[in-house]
Each structure stands twice: as structure tokens, then as C-alpha cells.
Design a protein around this ligand. Structure first.
Ligand code: BGC
Length: 348
């Protein structure tokens, strides 16, 4: 079968391979791939700066944003033809206390594994296998949009933690600032609007689909320097990882705000430099600045609710390019108007 594979740690090694059928040990459910989303993590793995192959192997099958159709459910209770998404992370074998209770997204010893990222083959292949408890059935009516579930779970977890942190004191948040209008930022804005927030989204681009999608949500789009927006958000979801934007967000944040970081650090962009002092802002304003990664099964449930409630035509516009597996390299290189690019293996 076809699979997009890569040698983690070596740039330029991604290729469309012919590989053996998935190993039985990966799970009793056999799934035919419909679509696989591409995200920044995949680009990083393909560029050699992230990722780990399965033990004893040189190459890793890429892909963690899955959508597939069950071809053999085994004893899972799923039916042939069900659409499913695979959970990405597996608990560490020790296991740590968090992994032991199913909160593997909070693994404390780093021994977790991740499909398509860390030591387990991913989903960019004609077929994959999965353990029944890591296969999440998605509403058939979502069709191809089911491929948006995994990134939605990442944001659903971030929002759950924001709410949990907010319970530390009396808190009535209203203004939400999302920094970065990529898929994670736009899905974070969707959830913010569903929660009834006054949502603002900041990105570099000044025209095109991103501003339109933000306005269509009933949120407000901004470009330009963050300090000049005049906003004092109660909640910030930072999706770029750019250091000066993190500092700017903390400086603008209202007292008692919660600032959630979802983007891994990227090199400091030339520009405003360090205007603010993160420690001073955080202390004097009782801020919580925290990071959020991955998602557990509870967040897949929540993410599916978010997608079910969302406007389908809005979600459809998040997918800006669909490419066949043969053109995987074009999917791994970013184009200016890209939001979510998916590899289409079969028709949803
Ligand atoms: C994935 C997460 C994963 C993280 C770090 C993200 O792109 O969505 O599931 O935990 O990368 O590997």
C-alpha cells in the first residue's frame, strides 16, 4: 500500500513509499484512509527538526490528523463503513499517574508515544490499524470535515484548561484574543464564539479568507501591532509561538487574565523587541500563562460536539487545498493562503 514516510531527523527524506499492510499489533480495527490533514508538526518532521521513528525502524509513516472508514471492525463494536478518527497519543508504559488515569495528554515522564510523530506509524497510508479504544466514531454527516477533529481536540483541551484555571478566583471573562488565524486560531475562535465571548483574532494578513472567516463567525479581525489594538483581553489563546507576541499578549492582558500558549516557539521575528517584562506583567496582574499540548479521549468527545454545532459551510472553507498522496510534497510546503491542507486518499 502507499504511505508517506520520512526519516525523522533528516530533512528532505519524505517520499511516497510502497509499504507492507499495517502490523496487526497496532490494533484490531482496520481502517481505509479517506483524508489526512497536514499541520506545522508534519512540516517540522519533514524538515528533520522533530519526530522519532518506531523502535528498530529508520522510517516513520507520517500523519496524525486522520479520517478513515472502517473496513474490518474486529470486536470493537464499530460497523463496516463507520467514519473514524484515530487518537494520536498513547500512554507511557510505566505508566505515570496521568497516563494511568487516561490523561496521557498530561504525561509527566515523556515516555508517551504519538501516531505519526513519536515512535508509532501514523495515518498517511492507504490503510491503518488502531485499537478500538483509540478509534473515535465521527458523525457521517460531517463527511470530509471529520478530518478537522484532531486539531479541534487540541483547542478543546486548551479551552477546558482555561476554564479550569479561571476557577481559581471570581472571574467573569468576556474579551477573548486569539493570536494567529491558522487552523488552530480559527478553531479557537469558533469555540470562543460558541462560549459567548467577544472574540478578536489577530493575524498578519490584511485580506482574503482569514478575515472573512473571522467576520463570518461574528468575531472581529485585526492585523497590525498587538499593543495598538487597544484590547485588554481576559483570555488569550496564542497560536504562533512568536516570543514578542507572547510578551505583547501578556502586556495587553487584563488583570486576572489567562494566557494559553498553543504554538511552539519560533525564532524571534525582527520587530518590536522586548518591550514588556513578562514576570512583571504576570505577577502584578495575577496572570496565568500556561502551555497546552495534545488531547485525551474526553477532548475528542468535546471536539466532536464543537464540530457538530458549527456551520458546515464555515468549516468547509477551512480546507483550502486537497491534494492526492502523489503530491504530498506540495502539501508539506506552505502557500500564503493556506489554512488547512489535506491529503485525499479516497472520497469521503
Ligand atoms: C499534535 C499533538 C501532538 C503535538 C506534539 C501536534 O501537532 O496535534 O497531538 O501532541 O503535535 O507532538
Amino acid at each position: 500500500m502507499r504511505a508517506v514516510t520520512v526519516i525523522p531527523g533528516s530533512s528532505g527524506t519524505a517520499r511516497l513509499d510502497e509499504v507492507a499492510e499495517p502490523e496487526v499489533g497496532l490494533g484490531s480495527v482496520v481502517v481505509e484512509t479517506l483524508a489526512v490533514g497536514v499541520c506545522g508538526t508534519d512540516v517540522e518532521i519533514a524538515s528533520g527538526s522533530y519526530g522519532w521513528p518506531p523502535p528498530g525502524k529508520e522510517r516513520l509513516i507520517l500523519g496524525h490528523e486522520s479520517l478513515g472508514r472502517v473496513v474490518d471492525p474486529g470486536p470493537s463494536g464499530l460497523a463496516v463503513g463507520d467514519n473514524v478518527v484515530g487518537i494520536v497519543r498513547r500512554p507511557d508504559p510505566v505508566p505515570c499517574a496521568n497516563c494511568a488515569v487516561g490523561e496521557f495528554d498530561m504525561c509527566t515522564n515523556g515516555g508517551y508515544t504519538e501516531r505519526g510523530i513519536k515512535q508509532i506509524n501514523g495515518f498517511m497510508a492507504d490503510r491503518w490499524r488502531i485499537e478500538p479504544e483509540y478509534a473515535v466514531k465521527v458523525d457521517e454527516s460531517l463527511g470530509e470535515l471529520g478530518v478537522l477533529l484532531e486539531p479541534t481536540t487540541v483547542v478543546a483541551k486548551a479551552w477546558e484548561h482555561i476554564a479550569a484555571i479561571g476557577r481559581r478566583s471570581f472571574w467573569e471573562p468576556s474579551t477573548v484574543l486569539i493570536v494567529g488565524a491558522g487552523p488552530i486560531g480559527l478553531l479557537a475562535a469558533l469555540i470562543g464564539v460558541q462560549y459567548g465571548g467577544d472574540v478578536h483574532v489577530l493575524d498578519r494578513v490584511t485580506s482574503g479568507r482569514k478575515p472573512e472567516l473571522v467576520e463570518a463567525l461574528g468575531a472581529t479581525y485585526h492585523s497590525g501591532p498587538l499593543p495598538e489594538l487597544g484590547l485588554h483581553p481576559d483570555i488569550v489563546v496564542e497560536c504562533t509561538g512568536v516570543a514578542h507576541l507572547v510578551r505583547d499578549a501578556a502586556e495587553a492582558a487584563a488583570p486576572g487574565a489567562v494566557v494559553c500558549l498553543t504554538g511552539v516557539g519560533s525564532p524571534e521575528a525582527p520587530g518590536p523587541g522586548s518591550r514588556s517584562n513578562l514576570a512583571t506583567d504576570a505577577v502584578l496582574k495575577n496572570l496565568v500563562v500556561f502551555g497546552s499540548v495534545n488531547a485525551n479521549r474526553r477532548h475528542y468527545y468535546r471536539g466532536a460536539q464543537v464540530l457538530a454545532k458549527a456551520d458546515r459551510s464555515w468549516l468547509t472553507q477551512l480546507i483550502t487545498r486537497r491534494v492526492p498522496p502523489e503530491a504530498f510534497d506540495t502539501a508539506l510546503s506552505r502557500e500564503p493562503d493556506d489554512i488547512k491542507v489535506v491529503l485525499e486518499f479516497a472520497h469521503a
